[in-house]
Ligand binder design. Structure first.
Ligand code: AMP
Length: 579
C-alpha cells in the first residue's frame, strides 16, 4: 500500500467522530491493506511494533524537528519547527504545513533508493532500521533516516508520519475499534479476535491470521513463553461487595512491590534456560532483577508464565516499603551493587501457562493449584513453606477475612486482595473479579470503653476493644469541664484487627491503668483513651447502644493528642453514614 493511500484513509478517520463510522473506515483500510496488513493494523493505532515488544523508536522530539527542518529546505531550522509547533500545538499540523521534496545532498537517504511514491512497507522498514540504531553517531543516522522519509512526503503523508514517529497518532482508533474492524473485515467473531489479541498482544499478527487462516487460525494462537501478556488489574472494593457477589472469596495478601511477569523456559530448544522478566507495562526488566532469574532457574522445571510481585526485603525477609523496590526495578547499571543494598524477592500469585498448557481460561482456583504444583518441591509440601508462593484462602467468613487482613498487615504487607475464585484471567482488564480492599477514606476517633483479655499466647494482652462515640451534642462538648462518662457515650463496635502482638502489648500497658471493672475475660474501661479506626461501612444495628455498627473496623492509631472530649460524635457518625 502506498503511504499516501494510508494517510488519506487515516485523514478520513481523523475527521470522523462516530465510533461506528470509525470502525467502518478501519475495516476498509484493513481489507485493502494487502501484504501490508500487519503493519497497517499497527500503524492505524499509532504503533510501529507489536505491544509485547520492548522495542521503541526512541526518537526524541528534537530528532524529528531536525529531520522535518532539513526536508523543508535550507532556510528552515529545527527551532523554526519548534516555534511553529508552539503556535499550532500539534506536530502533524506543523509537518503538513511545509513543502517537502527535492532536498538532496549528503545523507539524503531515500529508503529503497527510488523517488517513487513512498510505501507503507518502506516507512516500516526504515523505522525498524531506525529503532536498531544506537551508540555514537546514532542521532545523526536517525535524522538522516527520517529526513529520507519526510523528503518524499506530500502534506497528508507528512502529517501522519510525524504523528506516528512521535507516538501521537491520536485519530480516535482504540483497541476496541481495531478488534471490531478485524472481526467485520474477515468475518470472525469479536470475542475470538479478543482472545487472540490477549494471547499474542499483536494486532498485526491477529489481523493477518484472521484474514489468511480464519477462525481456526485465530483459535490456534497460543501464549508464547517469552512474549509478555497484559497484566490483569484490580478495582477497589469492599469485603461486603465481594461476599455479596461471590459464594466465596479468594483472599490473598496484597504485597507492596512491583508487578512482574516471569517467563521461563528450562530448555528453550538448547541446553540453556531462557528467563525473561517483564514489568506491568510489558517492559523487559530481566537484567535489573537477577534474584528473579535465579529463583526461576532454581525452582521451575517446566516452561511457565507466572504473574506476581517483587518485593524488597531486609535481611530477615521482612518487606520494605515500595520505594525500596524502585531503587532496583528499572536499574540498568551497577545492578550487583544495588543488589547488595536492597534485596528483592518474587512472590507469585497467578499462573498463565504451565508445562505447555495455557491457563487463561481456567478458574483462579485451578490456576493457583497449578502454580503451587510448579513451585513446590514435592506434592505434599504445605503451601506455607513453598518458596515464592502467595497464599490463597477461600472463605465466606468475614471474620476469617479480617484475620487474614490482620496477618497481612502484621507481616508488613499492604492489606488484602479479594478475588473471584471462579474467574478466568482477563489480560489488561480492570474488572470486578479482582478487588483491592479500599483504603479507609474516612476514619473515626473513638473512645475505648471496654476490652477483652486474649487467649493462649495473647492471654496477658487486652484485645477486642469496644469503641464508643460521644452521644452529647457539640455545644456541650466545647465547655471545658464537660466530663465524658459512660452516660454520654454510645458504643459503635469492637475492633480486633489490624493490631500486631507488639502493638497489643503497648496498648495493654496504656489501657490497664484505666480498668474500671472486670467480669471474666471482659473488662470495662474508664473513657480515657482515643483510637483512630477505619471501617468499611456504617450500618444500623441493634447490637450497640448508638444504634449503629462499624462494619469491618480496623485499628489505625492511638490518638495521644486527643482526649475523649475530642472524640467523634454520634452526629458525625450519622453524617458519614449518609455520604
Ligand atoms: P494497585 O497498584 O493499587 O492498583 O493494586 C493492584 C496491584 O497490586 C497489582 O497490579 C499488583 O502489582 C499488586 N498486588 C500485590 N499483591 C497482589 C496479589 N496478591 N494479587 C494481585 N495483585 C497484587
Amino acid at each position: 500500500m502506498e503511504f499516501a493511500t494510508f494517510a488519506d484513509r487515516v485523514a478520513a478517520i481523523d475527521a470522523e467522530s462516530a465510533d461506528l463510522e470509525i470502525i467502518a473506515h478501519v475495516r476498509e483500510l484493513l481489507e485493502d491493506a494487502g501484504d501490508d496488513l500487519a503493519v497497517v493494523a499497527r500503524f492505524v493505532q499509532g504503533r510501529v511494533f507489536p505491544a509485547w515488544q520492548s522495542t521503541t523508536l526512541d526518537i526524541g522530539p528534537n530528532t524529528c524537528y531536525e529531520a522535518i527542518a532539513r526536508a523543508a529546505g535550507t532556510n528552515v531550522s529545527a527551532d523554526d519547527v519548534e516555534e511553529r509547533l508552539a503556535e499550532v500545538g500539534e506536530i502533524g499540523e506543523v509537518a503538513a504545513g511545509y513543502d517537502f521534496g527535492g532536498q538532496q545532498g549528503l545523507g539524503a537517504f531515500t529508503a529503497g533508493g527510488t523517488s517513487d511514491a513512498l510505501t507503507v512497507r518502506e516507512v516500516f522498514e526504515t523505522l525498524v532500521d531506525l529503532a536498531a540504531t544506537s551508540g555514537s553517531g546514532s542521532h545523526d543516522t536517525k535524522v538522516d533516516l527520517l529526513f529520507g522519509l519526510f523528503n518524499r512526503c506530500e502534506s497528508a503523508e507528512a502529517r501522519y508520519l510525524a504523528r506516528l514517529v512521535l507516538s501521537e497518532m491520536r485519530i480516535g482508533v482504540g483497541e476496541g475499534a481495531v478488534r471490531d474492524a478485524i472481526s467485520e473485515a474477515f468475518d470472525v467473531p469479536g470475542e475470538r479476535v479478543e482472545r487472540a489479541l490477549q494471547v499474542s498482544n499483536d494486532y498485526g499478527q491477529v489481523a493477518r491470521v484472521a484474514r489468511d487462516d480464519g477462525l481456526e487460525g485465530l483459535d490456534a494462537m497460543d501464549l508464547e513463553v517469552g512474549r509478555p501478556v497484559q497484566a490483569m488489574l484490580a478495582q477497589a472494593g469492599t469485603v461486603t461487595d465481594a461476599l455479596e457477589e461471590w459464594d466465596e472469596a479468594a483472599v490473598e495478601w496484597k504485597y507492596d512491590g512491583a508487578r512482574v511477569q516471569l517467563h521461563h523456559d528450562p530448555e528453550n530448544g538448547t541446553d540453556a534456560a531462557e528467563t525473561r522478566v517483564f514489568s506491568r507495562n510489558m517492559e523487559d526488566v530481566t537484567n535489573a532483577l537477577p534474584e528473579v532469574v535465579e529463583f526461576a532457574e532454581h525452582t521451575l522445571e517446566e516452561p511457565a508464565i507466572l504473574d506476581g510481585e517483587v518485593v524488597a526485603v531486609d535481611d530477615d525477609g521482612t518487606p520494605l516499603p515500595f520505594q525500596e523496590v524502585l531503587k532496583r526495578f528499572r536499574r540498568k547499571h551497577d545492578v550487583a551493587k544495588a543488589r547488595e543494598d536492597v534485596e528483592v524477592r518474587p512472590v507469585f500469585f497467578d499462573c498463565l501457562h504451565a508445562g505447555g498448557d495455557d491457563l487463561l481460561a481456567e478458574s483462579l482456583t485451578t490456576r493457583h493449584e497449578r502454580l503451587e504444583g510448579l513451585l513446590a518441591d514435592d506434592p505434599d509440601q504445605e503451601p506455607e513453606s513453598v518458596d515464592g508462593l502467595s497464599l490463597l484462602w477461600r472463605t465466606d467468613d468475614p471474620d476469617e477475612i479480617e484475620s487474614i487482613d490482620a496477618k497481612a498487615l502484621e507481616g508488613g504487607h499492604e492489606g488484602i486482595m479479594l478475588k473471584d475464585p471462579d474467574s478466568t484471567y482477563s489480560p489488561g482488564r480492570r474488572g470486578k473479579h479482582w478487588r483491592k480492599r479500599k483504603p479507609d477514606v474516612e476514619t473515626l476517633d473513638c473512645v475505648v470503653t471496654g476490652a477483652e483479655w486474649g487467649e493462649g499466647r495473647r492471654a496477658t494482652f487486652l484485645g477486642t476493644f469496644e469503641l464508643s462515640v460521644r452521644a452529647d451534642d457539640g455545644g456541650e462538648r466545647r465547655s471545658a469541664d464537660a466530663a465524658v462518662d459512660s452516660q454520654n457515650l454510645a458504643t459503635v463496635g469492637k475492633v480486633a484487627t489490624g493490631i500486631t502482638d507488639e502493638k497489643l502489648e503497648e496498648l495493654t500497658e496504656l489501657l490497664e491503668p484505666h480498668l474500671a471493672s472486670e467480669d471474666g475475660q471482659e473488662v470495662d474501661l474508664e473513657p480515657e483513651i482515643v483510637f483512630e479506626v477505619g471501617y468499611e461501612e456504617i450500618q444500623t444495628s441493634p447490637t450497640y447502644s448508638s444504634g449503629y455498627a462499624l462494619r469491618f473496623p480496623r485499628f489505625q492509631a492511638v490518638r495521644h493528642d486527643k482526649d475523649p472530649r475530642d472524640a467523634d460524635s454520634l452526629e458525625r457518625l450519622e453524617r458519614l453514614r449518609e455520604v
